[in-house]
Design a protein around this ligand. Structure first.
Ligand code: ADP
Ligand code: MG
Length: 612
């Protein structure tokens, strides 16, 4: 009898499990499934990410759903859209042989009426994010008054994200006699509070020691200018020739871009994020496990299930928005008693976040300097020497040696060694000779935002407008997504025909310039310039409507008028403006001809593309 069968799962599920290639249940599945199948009970299960919690609740839930009844019987709440879709997809796979079972995903950012329609067609299981679910309830699009099961997945994450009130409101709309199952990686006070408030005498399951990774992980941070982030990453990789690492970025776009740059620069790297198909992700993970990939660049959500042995470094290319996520990230290394290092690359303005993290993880960070080119050469040379020293000899080579000996006939042992290691040395030396010391810039006050301080509003020019089908709402959404900023962080969005303006707080200026220093929209280079420091602008009108009303005043500003003229199509690039391409120290991106393509040409090209 198959191990899953022993847990009491029925034939339809077993067949799907077979298709998915699951052979043995994970610990949390082994512990939770029989309990949930046999009893109508509340349950709290604590298990680290990637331990198979979805199936631990998914299998028993699907088996318990009455498919003859088309009403909503179960609600699963999960923190993010990605996880919501991931759970939905998993459940669909699990239930592919259960006829008449419907699972519907309900999440923000997609049409609510379409989701309402799907629910209406009959969805026994709804997987939802709390915010959208509240919306659906308020509009009478769902009825959860008679559900039998409510599952809180990644409960700690949901509460971290501030969904406490939403969860309480949603749960108060469900019947008292339902069963509530709570799954979480950790059990902070808020999770305990939810459990206490909404659960009756729950069965408790804990898998693995909590925070088992921490004792074996050391934490380091490196302070660099935002524009040097990528260069810093490369140096860290070069300074650790045997690196086997997971690199975390905040957005899918950054993840993809960093991976692509690394690959271009000759590293064994790959991206892992939600825009890849399952097959692509599986193939990336397979290569990573097989160590053909040394640097896996991933988003938090995509890396959630990652449990790979012997990861040497976790690199936070950007800090996560939620500081608590840091724990999930650093837990990818230092597993199974091995030692690991968790590295954070940050800008000066983020240093205080390190102190916050130190408090949460109850461990100290060590501040380190990005290795200099010389140090890297040294490390690489020693690595090469050791590698040569330790290389095992396959005697097949003997056949080729006579010819080789002949080539080296006139060299002494010392000269031979010198030449051999020079092969590698020259490569690094040539690369690093002209590079400046990244860490020495720590003392410098200059950032790509000049003397911009947090608290000052900064106004930007961007070369897209109504001609590119943007109105202020669309542009604001686009900016927020591209910059990965919060609801109120982009303001005073003012869209004109060929270009637009927007504001952020000074603390985001570096990031804005950094992200838009190399940003393509449908193949076209997006150009963002700092228009001016808009001191106090935020206070005088945060919303976009406010911004619109003020437009007249701001029109008097010279820099805007200059830009306005420029958009007419007669713009010549000028040295004085803060062109992102110029500010960039790294070779590849300063391709002046591309960066300085006159705006009108770009527009013409964009228009042609749209027409065709
Ligand atoms: P968690 O929610 O605990 O973070 P998931 O439920 O997302 O973990 O599972 C992580 C990955 O492990 C998923 O890709 C899932 O398909 C896979 N998985 C789950 N259970 C098993 C199993 N018993 N055998 C093999 N793979 C499994
Ligand atoms: Mg999960």
């Amino acid at each position: 009898m198959n191990k899953f069968e022993q847990l009491g799962l029925n034939a339809a599920l077993l067949q799907a499990i077979g298709d998915m290639g699951f052979e043995t249940p994970s610990e949390v599945q082994e512990k939770a499934i029989p309990v949930l199948l046999e009893q109508e009970t509340d349950l709290v299960a604590l298990a680290q990410t990637g331990t198979g919690k979805t199936a631990a609740f998914g299998f028993p839930l699907l088996q318990k759903i009455d498919v003859e009844d088309r009403s909503t019987q179960a609600l699963i709440l999960s923190p993010t859209r990605e996880l919501c879709l991931q759970i939905t997809n998993e459940l669909k796979q699990y239930s592919k042989y259960i006829k008449g079972l419907h699972v519907v995903a309900v999440y923000g950012g997609a049409s609510i009426t379409e989701q309402a329609r799907e629910v209406k067609r009959g969805a026994q299981v709804i997987v939802a994010t709390p915010g959208r679910m509240q919306d659906m309830i308020n509009r009478g699009f769902v009825n959860i008054k008679n559900i039998a099961y409510c599952i809180l997945d990644e409960a700690d994450e949901m509460l971290n994200m501030g969904f406490y009130d939403d969860i309480c409101a949603i749960l108060s709309d469900t019947p008292d006699d339902k069963s509530t199952w709570l799954f979480s990686a950790t059990m902070p006070a808020e999770v305990a509070r939810i459990a206490k408030k909404f659960m009756a005498d729950p069965v408790e399951i804990t898998v693995g020691a909590k925070n088992s990774g921490t004792a074996t992980v050391s934490h380091e941070f490196y302070v660099v200018n935002a524009r040097d982030r990528y260069e810093a990453l490369k140096r860290l990789a070069d300074a650790n020739p045997d690196i086997f690492s997971v690199i975390f970025c905040r957005t899918k776009r950054d993840t993809q871009a960093v991976a692509e740059k690394l690959i271009e620069d000759g590293y064994n790297a790959a991206a892992l994020h939600g825009d890849l198909s399952q097959a692509q992700r599986d193939s990336v993970m397979k290569s990573f496990r097989g160590r053909q990939i040394q640097m896996l660049v991933a988003t938090d959500v995509a890396a959630r299930g990652i449990d790979v042995d012997n990861v040497t470094h976790v690199i936070n290319y950007q800090l996560p928005d939620e500081i608590e996520t840091y724990n999930h990230r650093s837990g990818r290394t230092g597993r199974a008693g091995k030692l690991g290092t968790s590295i954070v690359i940050i800008t000066k303005s983020e240093v205080r976040k390190i102190h916050t993290i130190e408090k949460i993880i109850k461990q100290k960070f060590e501040e380190k300097a990005i290795p200099s080119g010389i140090e890297i050469c040294e490390i690489q040379l020693l690595h090469l020497a050791n590698k040569i020293h330790d290389t095992e000899i396959d005697h097949e080579i003997d056949n080729y040696l006579p010819a080789i000996y002949q080539v080296f006939e006139n060299l002494s042992k010392e000269d031979l060694i010198r030449k051999m290691v020079s092969v590698e040395f020259n490569r690094f030396l040539n690369y690093y000779k002209k590079k400046k010391d990244l860490s020495s810039e720590r003392s410098s006050e200059r950032t790509s935002g000049g003397s911009i301080k947090a608290g000052d509003a900064v106004r930007y020019f961007i070369n897209i407008g109504t001609r590119d089908d943007f109105d202020w709402m669309k542009l604001k959404d686009f900016l927020r997504e591209a910059l990965d900023l919060g609801r109120d962080d982009v303001f005073k969005v003012d869209v004109k025909e060929g270009f637009s303006f927007f504001n952020t707080d000074g603390e985001h200026a570096e990031r804005v310039m950094d992200i838009f220093s190399n940003f393509q929209l449908e193949g076209r280079k997006i150009n963002v310039e700092i228009s001016k420091n808009d001191n106090g602008g935020r206070k005088s009108g945060r919303g976009d409507f406010g911004g619109k009303r003020e437009r007249r005043d701001r029109f008097a500003d010279h820099s805007e008028r200059r830009s306005e003229r420029r958009s007419e199509g007669r713009f010549e690039p000028r040295g004085e403006r803060r062109s992102v391409g110029e500010a960039r120290p790294l070779g590849r991106r300063s391709d002046a001809s591309r960066d300085r393509q006159p705006a009108n040409k770009a527009f013409e090209a964009a228009k042609r593309r749209r027409k065709s």
